[in-house]
Design a protein around this ligand. Structure first.
Ligand code: SF4
Length: 264
């Protein structure tokens, strides 16, 4: 389901967008109103943070948590995890397996004055069941397991900063702790190092894709005399929920691909 971008705000010492990027102090603003240069700068700071994060430390956390998948398959549903955002390289694989498996990611970042939305990439489509199972989930198993995507490979490990309940930004290294799987199992040193390296590489690729998208939109808007208009965003999104179609341009491999989509 295509949805509006979440509006963040946090007071305290930072604001954040959906990727946890921080900005100036004591601001309470919709993320879509944060100027693009500020968002690029925040993403670059986040990138520096991930690059500087010692792989050894992440490997030690992975070892200590000792997570083991118990094949519950909850992590492959939108009810548990929201949508599966794809790096461009994963979108290419997904399209090769089945072109119908991807759709514009929800939460578009921008909407121009003409009512066209812009989003930074594709997501895996969900099935039309109660929990929003991934397109590739069948009988509680991934039917393309050997070709599964970057995020599916590293999950539940992660390496990015998120605010806690008091708004303090700190690193998170594991998703859904104690909500799925088993813990405190033995994991070999090699596997811990491999998981840490792969997780770090995934997070770096994600931030780079976001930075490339923001830089592209900044230039594209300037060249075409476009601007983000929050009111148009909100009006079009309300119309979409009522059943109108919308036009959305998806950033993919350094270009925008256009789609017309309707609320099913
Ligand atoms: S591609 Fe496979 S592993 Fe990834 S979310 Fe879908 S079912 Fe799960």
């Amino acid at each position: 389901m295509f949805e509006p971008v979440t509006e963040f705000i946090v007071s305290g010492n930072a604001y954040y967008d959906a990727a946890g990027y921080s900005g100036r102090e004591d601001e309470v603003v919709p993320v879509s109103l944060i100027p693009i240069p500020a968002r690029i700068a925040a993403a670059e700071r986040e990138l520096c943070g991930v690059l500087a994060y010692p792989q050894e430390r992440l490997a030690a956390i992975i070892r200590e948590v000792g997570f083991r998948c118990n094949l519950c398959s909850r992590c492959c549903t939108r009810a548990f995890n929201g949508h599966v955002f794809l790096l461009d390289r994963d979108t290419a694989i997904a399209r090769k397996i089945d072109p119908e498996s991807v759709e514009p990611a929800p939460y578009p970042e921008f909407c121009d004055q003409n009512g066209t939305f812009y989003v930074s990439g594709y997501a895996l489509r969900a099935q039309d069941d109660d929990c929003g199972s991934c397109y590739f989930l069948e009988n509680n198993r991934c039917r393309i397991y050997d070709q599964r995507f970057s995020i599916c490979r590293v999950y539940p490990y992660m390496l990015h900063r998120e605010p806690d309940e008091r708004g303090t930004l700190d690193w998170r290294q594991i998703a859904g702790l104690d909500e799925h799987g088993e813990y405190h199992t033995e994991i070999s040193e090699n596997l811990c190092q491999e998981a840490a390296a792969e997780t770090r590489e995934y997070e770096i690729a994600c931030i780079r894709q976001e930075i490339a998208f923001l830089a592209y939109i900044q230039d594209y808007f300037a060249r075409n005399r476009l601007r983000h208009v929050q009111k148009v965003y909100d009006d079009r999104m309300r119309a979409f929920v009522r059943g109108d179609g919308i036009r959305i341009r998806v950033f993919y491999h350094g270009m925008l691909e256009e789609h017309l989509i309707c609320n099913p």
